[in-house]
Write a protein that binds this ligand. Structure first.
Ligand code: SF4
Length: 218
């Protein structure tokens, strides 16, 4: 599923059942996905039961050519209302990390989630929901082609890395997702509950800044 969706999207692509079927590229090279085409292919997605309770699909937002991509878990209440990722209290903290911590503008990076629809009550995503949805994220990652992904929290890190290792052991160390560097760190909503962990996140973010040669803001 991941790879099939991620091969998005040539003009002759057809949806057959759950799968996006693509014609063979004439030169056998990987087709380069395009964010607008991925969103178009998603449509009013009904591939999992979250379509029945969502208000809006939260696709992703930011620079389509970003060097840095943040991946979270799933939309929360404010995101569901607005259709934009990370705009609630946790989103404000992420914006502070990007703008005050890293000295970047929020619209310089790309932000997306594992799931595009809000799980009721912000419960953890079910495995079958991730299975149905993560191919869209995989296609987004290929489209944006960031130099590094920051996986925010346990759900994002474990699903991208396909591991059950706790986030406390994954964070702070460079991993790889299909050839792209990946740094797991704690989710901003966890930081709101556990402010003492901000120090750990700042250490992780500084490693990302070094990787991207971003100078520390004064
Ligand atoms: S969570 Fe993903 S797979 Fe499920 S309905 Fe929303 S967009 Fe489709």
């Amino acid at each position: 599923m991941r790879d099939l969706i991620a091969q998005v999207l040539r003009d002759e692509a057809l949806w057959v059942g759950r799968f996006l079927i693509l014609g063979q590229p004439s030169d056998c090279s990987e087709p380069v996905p395009d964010l607008a085409a991925i969103r178009k292919a998603m449509g009013e997605c009904e591939r999992c039961g979250l379509c029945r309770t969502r208000k809006n699909i939260v696709f992703g937002q930011g620079n389509a050519r970003a060097e840095l991509m943040f991946v979270g878990e799933a939309p929360g209440a404010v995101e569901d209302e607005t259709g934009r990722p990370f705009v609630g209290p946790a989103g404000n903290l992420l914006t502070d990390i990007i703008e005050k911590g890293m000295g970047l503008k929020r619209d310089e990076v790309y932000i997306a989630n594992i799931l595009k629809c809000r799980p009721p009550g912000n419960r953890d995503p079910e495995p079958e929901e991730v299975e149905q949805c993560i191919g869209f994220l995989d296609a987004q990652i290929r489209a944006v082609a960031p130099k590094i992904i920051v996986a925010l929290g346990r759900i994002a890190a474990q699903n991208l890395l396909e591991t059950a290792t706790p986030i406390s052991r994954l964070r702070g160390v460079f991993h790889e997702y299909k050839g792209v560097a990946l740094m797991p760190t704690f989710h901003p909503s966890y930081l709101l509950q556990n402010p003492s962990k901000k120090r750990d996140v700042w250490e992780d973010i500084q490693k990302v800044m070094e990787y991207l040669h971003i100078p520390r803001p004064h």
